[in-house]
Each structure stands twice: as C-alpha cells, then as structure tokens.
Design a protein around this ligand. Structure first.
Ligand SMILES: *[C@@H]1O[C@H](CO)[C@@H](O)[C@H](O)[C@H]1NC(C)=O
Ligand SMILES: *[C@@H]1O[C@H](CO)[C@@H](O)[C@H](O)[C@H]1NC(C)=O
Ligand SMILES: *[C@@H]1O[C@H](CO)[C@@H](O)[C@H](O)[C@H]1NC(C)=O
Ligand SMILES: *[C@@H]1O[C@H](CO)[C@@H](O)[C@H](O)[C@H]1NC(C)=O
Ligand SMILES: *[C@@H]1O[C@H](CO)[C@@H](O)[C@H](O)[C@H]1NC(C)=O
Length: 624
C-alpha cells in the first residue's frame, strides 16, 4: 500500500511543492489526499473538490438526521461537516454514550447512504456555541487546576482516552477503509486561544495519526490571518481557514497561503448566517452577500464548508456563552443561525440561491427539492402548579453540601441547572444593607424565603440592597446560563464567590443542587395552590396536558406572558425560554417528541406565572 503512504507523505510535506508522478489508478482505490502540484484534492486518485455544509447531529433528534442530510445533498452539497461533542459522549469520566441521539456511527452511515462525504471535527474542544465548548464539565471537578486545551497532564489523560474512543469507533468509516470520512480536524481554531501550546497540538496530531494513519487527511481550521494561523497551524496537517461574507476573498486566502503555499484553497467555515445571544437582535446575513462570496470562492477553485447549513436547536441546557473578563453573553436556545435550512429543516430562499451557485460548479443530484413541512397548531394548554422547587421532598435534589465557603457547581457534581446557596444573616450593622457577590451566572435573591431581587453576570449587576435587612436567612438560587465556549477564560466554574454583606464576608453555606434531566415523576403529582403573577417564594413546576389527533407535526411553543424558565414536552427538555429578553420567543418542538393522543407539557417557571396560565403551541416560529 505504498501509494497511500505516498499520499500522506505529500500531506506531511505541505509547505513544499513537489512534482509527482501519480501512480496507476487501481492503487488509489479508497484514498483521500492532496495533489500539491495541481492545487487540488484527490479522492480515490481523482481530482476532487467539496462544497460541504455543517450539521451537528447533536442539535437534532436522530429521527431527523436523514431528512436534513438528504436536503443538504439536494442543494448540491457533496459533503457534511460535523463536530463530535465530548460532553455528550462522556457525561461522566469513563462512562461513554453512543446510543440514541448520541449514535455518531449511525449519523455517519446515513451520511454515506445519502451520498455525502464527511469532514469530522472530533475536538477535543469544539467551541460550537456549546456549554464549555463541548468539553465535559467534570474536567473542572476532577482537576480544578486543570489547564484546558494544553499539554497539562490532567487534560491530556482525559482527552487521550476520549479521542482514542472516538477514533476507534469511526475507523471503519475512514475513506481509506471505504467509508465517507475524508478529513479529520485537529482541535478547533486553536490559533485563537492564547495558550499557543504547539506541543499540545502535536500530541493530538500523534494520537489521531495513530488511529487514522493515512486513511483520511488531517487538517486544521483557523481565522483568516497570519497571527491566528501562527498558533493554529500544525506541521503535518493541512492548514485551512474560515471567513464569512463581507471580506475580500483573495486577500483572505492569501493568509492561508502563508502556511499552506500549495494545495487546494479551503474555507472550512463560511458563514451564511450567525449566532445570536440573549438580549440582542436576531442575527441575519443577506442572501446576496452569501451567494456573491460563495461564487468568488468557487470561481477560485476552492473547497468550501458552509457553517451552518442546518443549525438546529440547543435542547436542554447545552448552549454555551461568549465573553471573558467582565463580559458574559449566553446564547439562545435556537441555533437556527439564519442558515439555508431553518431550525425546523425547511428550505429558505437562501437555500435555493446557494443551490443555484453550486450548480454552476458541481453536478446537482437528481433528488426532489424539499418543501416546507406541515406544522401543528395545537393551541393553548392550561398549566397548573404542581410543586415548588424548594420543597424539601423535591426529587430534583441531586446534591447537598455544607461548608465555610460556597462550593462550585462542579465541586457539587451539578453540571447544568441550578444550585440553591443558603446562609444565616448576621444582625444588620449598616442601613441600607448591601449584598455583593461574584455570581455565575444569575441569582434570584431571597430573604426569609421572599424574593428580594436579581443579580446578573450578563448585566454586570453584582450588588443589591437587601429589601429586608432584618431578615434571618439569605437564599441565592443560582442558574448556570451556559459555560463560556470561546476565548481565554473558558475555565468557567459556576456558582458564587466572595459574598459580602456591607463588606463583611458571609460564611457557613448550605448548598442544594437540582438536576432537571428527568421530570417524569411529576406526572402523577397533585396540583397545588399558587397565585398567578410574580413568584415571590421561589420557582414552581407547572403541568398541562393536550391531545393530538393524527400524526404529530413539528410545532412551536410560545411562552409570551411568562417569565423565565425551562419547558419539557413528554420528558424532552426543549431548552430555556425568556420572552422578556428575547430575541427568541418560541421554542422549537420536533414531531418525534410528540405522540398521537395525550401529551404532557411541564414548565419550571422561575419568576412569573402568566395571568392566563396558558402557553400555546403554534405553527409559526418567532425568533424576533
Ligand atoms: C486515472 O483515472 C482518471 C480519471 O478517471 C484518468 O483521468 C487518469 O488518466 C487515470 N490514470 C491512470 C494512470 O490510469
Ligand atoms: C481584493 O483586494 C485586492 C487587492 O488586495 C484587489 O485587487 C481586489 O480587487 C479586491 N477584490 C474585491 C472583490 O474587491
Ligand atoms: C430522476 O429521478 C426520477 C425519479 O427517480 C427518474 O424518473 C428520472 O429518470 C431521473 N432523471 C435523470 C436525469 O436521471
Ligand atoms: C444548614 O443545614 C443544617 C443541617 O441541616 C441546618 O441545621 C442549618 O439550619 C442550615 N442552615 C441554613 C442557613 O440553611
Ligand atoms: C474574591 O476576592 C479575592 C480577594 O479580594 C480575589 O483575589 C478573588 O479574585 C475574588 N474572586 C472572585 C471569583 O472574584
């Protein structure tokens, strides 16, 4: 198999241009590499270019994987790019999960069946606007001093075990073995991380080479500038860049040429839309700008991956946040991204415009074009209060601790969700009494069980005068709004620290951790009496039932008139709602979460019960 080795040799000598004598075709069967002489990829020995789209399997229920992939192929794409999310596959150390919506192999098999090659981005860090950039929270528990994304022994120990698992699983699906995976990415935009630990990226490369060998092409992706490529470039891997519209394409590719003087031009993340944070306007990118830039890249012979082609949803508590020192912007639940396919998988004008451009460069497949899927309009559902979060018998308590100083969520083994921090207040010595705390990320402040106000990292509100300074007990319900996924401050422990009352440190804390991964036992709980309006005495669970006749359809849950919370349909966590802040109003409800007959809606409402006590399922989304 010298020929495959030959391909790798070419890839490894990336900075050198060589004249090659291509070997005969039969030795090229099932291979992927670079022809540096002619600045092109070689697929099974033949010239090849890809126009790919990003779709992360972890942002859609598996029942929809084939539908979305087929629609991508119908747009003329010949490849799909996906991250692999470590935190999904290893929720606790050594406990691996590859089933259900985490069945990566099934996703890759479907991609191949739908005639798509695969660009695999296994991390370990992926950014992706996911909690902690896809790294598992327990890294911060197992080794609180860990230096994420470096050669730090603690990080490498876990990262190596994880990578070996993933790569062993996908091995049969590498191109060299006849599978769809043509490229495997090392790390992710590492040049944007100021650790600049190139020994670390070399170690990752060795791990990947150990499993992948020459059966797929290793590559890196970085922002289009020399300063970003400097630390992101990994000798022996193919260096690619990413950029969106409104740049000069020729100039952008010139930065790639500084580190990759020969070989095909590649934009690994071309942005047809953009991500959105809570409290800003929904981000959009104009179709004309997308087609113009795409056309320019394809005219230059470049291979392109469109990020995202289908965005999907951050179900549950999986969304991350941007920010750093003094700044914090959590992302919304929807990952619609203003992508060519909407959150519900419907084609947009952008979809057809992109297809037209691709059709000028690649043969379009003979697949019927997608149309908008029918949506359910299931109307209003009456919600009745059934339990208070703070009930001592609450089954949601997964962790309890007591200590001098408040502990982090991670220390308490609470990944997502909420922790209640409680302490006894000393007698007041000042008037007014000012509470100050470093909080991650949001606190509902209660004195003697009554709401006194809100602290917010997002809004930089870290002090509050206590409404009742003569109270005896202080309770802070802390919400993790998503760990930072980008930047140099990603060691984003959750919880509270440095809590003072008019300058005096508060000590002796009781901490109660709540998990919301399973709400099924609320099904039979009796209703309780709670007034509508502001929830002065803590969050409340509410339950409602509704009936669907016939085949369930996708629908959208509209929480207008409610405060802030989390919604569950038939036990599936749809994610956070926060209509007051927006811009996202409705939550996407995929049909596979619904059933013919009786369905159940459960809310954990933190702040305010709508006067109507109703929330409705409607047929149109409202992302603001
Ligand atoms: C290999 O196949 C390609 C395309 O099918 C053809 O152009 C090329 O001449 C072939 N090379 C050899 C050495 O047979
Ligand atoms: C991009 O920049 C180059 C010079 O750096 C210029 O010649 C070219 O016209 C620009 N392209 C566009 C589309 O503006
Ligand atoms: C496209 O597919 C349809 C239905 O499968 C088939 O009838 C038709 O002949 C195909 N057209 C071409 C050009 O292959
Ligand atoms: C903390 O827990 C201990 C033990 O259950 C209890 O005695 C104490 O009153 C609690 N303190 C607060 C502030 O909740
Ligand atoms: C808490 O206060 C100490 C001492 O002032 C300071 O060094 C530390 O950075 C603070 N911690 C946080 C998380 O703000």
């Amino acid at each position: 198999m010298w020929s495959l080795v030959f391909v790798t040799t070419l890839a490894l000598s990336s900075a050198v241009s060589e004249t090659v004598n291509l070997p005969s075709n039969d030795t090229w069967q099932y291979s992927f590499g670079v022809d540096y002489e002619n600045n092109q990829f070689l697929l099974d020995g033949k010239p090849f270019r890809y126009v790919s789209g990003s779709f992360h399997y972890f942002r859609a229920p598996r029942q929809y994987w084939r539908d979305r992939l087929r629609k991508m192929r119908a747009a003329g794409l010949n490849a799909v790019s996906t991250y692999v999310e470590w935190s999904l596959h290893e929720p606790e150390p050594g406990q691996f999960n590859w089933a259900g919506d985490a069945d990566l192999i099934e996703f890759l098999n479907i991609a191949q069946e739908e005639d798509l090659f695969v660009l695999l981005r296994p991390g370990p860090y992926i950014c992706a606007e996911r909690d902690l950039g896809g790294l598992p929270y327990w890294l911060l528990r197992e080794a609180p001093d860990i230096k994420l994304r470096t050669k730090d022994a603690a990080f490498m120990k876990y990262a190596t075990a994880y990578l070996n698992q993933v790569l062993e699983k996908v091995k049969p699906l590498l191109r060299g073995n006849g599978g769809p995976i043509i490229m495997v990415q090392i790390e992710n935009e590492y040049g944007s991380y100021n650790a600049c630990d190139t020994e670390y990226t070399d170690m990752l490369k060795e791990i990947i080479v150990g499993k992948v060998g020459s059966k797929a092409l290793l590559y890196t992706t970085d922002g289009a500038s020399a300063s970003l490529l400097r630390c992101g470039f990994v000798p022996g891997a193919y260096a690619t860049i990413d950029f969106g519209t409104s740049v000069n394409v020729t100039n952008s590719f010139q930065s790639m040429r500084l580190y990759q003087p020969r070989g095909p031009l590649v934009n690994s993340e071309f942005y047809p839309g953009w991500l959105t944070h809570w409290g800003e306007t929904f981000q959009r990118v104009k179709t004309e700008a997308v087609t113009k830039t795409l056309r320019e890249m394809l005219a230059l012979g470049a291979s392109v991956n469109i990020y995202m082609f289908y965005g999907g949803t951050n179900f549950g508590f999986t969304s991350g946040a941007n920010g750093g020192v003094g700044a914090y912007s959590p992302q919304i639940t929807s990952y619609d991204y203003d992508a060519p396919l909407t959150e519900a998988g419907d084609p947009t004008d952008k979809y057809f415009a992109i297809r037209d451009v691709i059709g000028q460069y690649l043969p379009l497949p003979n697949i019927s074009l997608p149309t908008e899927s029918p949506k359910g309009n299931y109307g209003p559902v009456l919600l009745e209060p059934i339990q208070k979060l703070f009930d001592s018998e609450s089954s949601f308590v997964i962790s309890w601790a007591s200590s001098d100083k408040p502990r982090t969520f991670e220390h308490l083994s609470v990944n997502q969700g909420f922790v209640l921090y409680e302490t006894d207040l000393p007698p007041p010595v000042f008037d007014p009494v000012i509470l100050r705390a470093t909080i991650k990320d949001r606190a509902l402040v209660y004195v003697d069980g009554r709401l006194s106000g809100t602290l917010s990292r997002m809004d930089k509100i870290f002090t509050i005068p206590l409404e009742n300074p003569y109270g005896r007990r202080l309770s802070l319900l802390i919400e993790n709004q998503g760990r930072l996924n980008f930047g140099n401050e990603i060691h984003d422990f959750k919880g509270i620290s440095n809590v003072t009352l008019s300058g005096t440190p508060l000590i002796n804390w009781n901490m109660t951790g709540y998990a919301l991964s399973d709400v099924s036992f609320l099904q039979d709980v009796m209703t309780i009496d709670i007034e509508s309006g502001t929830l002065n005495n803590g969050p409340v669970f509410l339950r409602g039932r509704f009936t669907i006749t016939g085949q369930p359809l996708d629908t959208f849950l509209d929480p207008t008139g409610w405060g802030k919370g989390v919604a569950f349909v038939n036990g599936h966590n749809l994610g956070r709602y926060w209509p007051l802040v927006g811009p996202q109003i409705t939550l996407y409800v995929p049909a596979p979460y619904l059933r013919t007959g009786e369905n159940e809606l459960i809310l954990l409402e933190l702040e305010y019960i709508s006067q109507t006590r109703k929330m409705k399922f409607q047929s149109v989304p409202n992302l603001g």
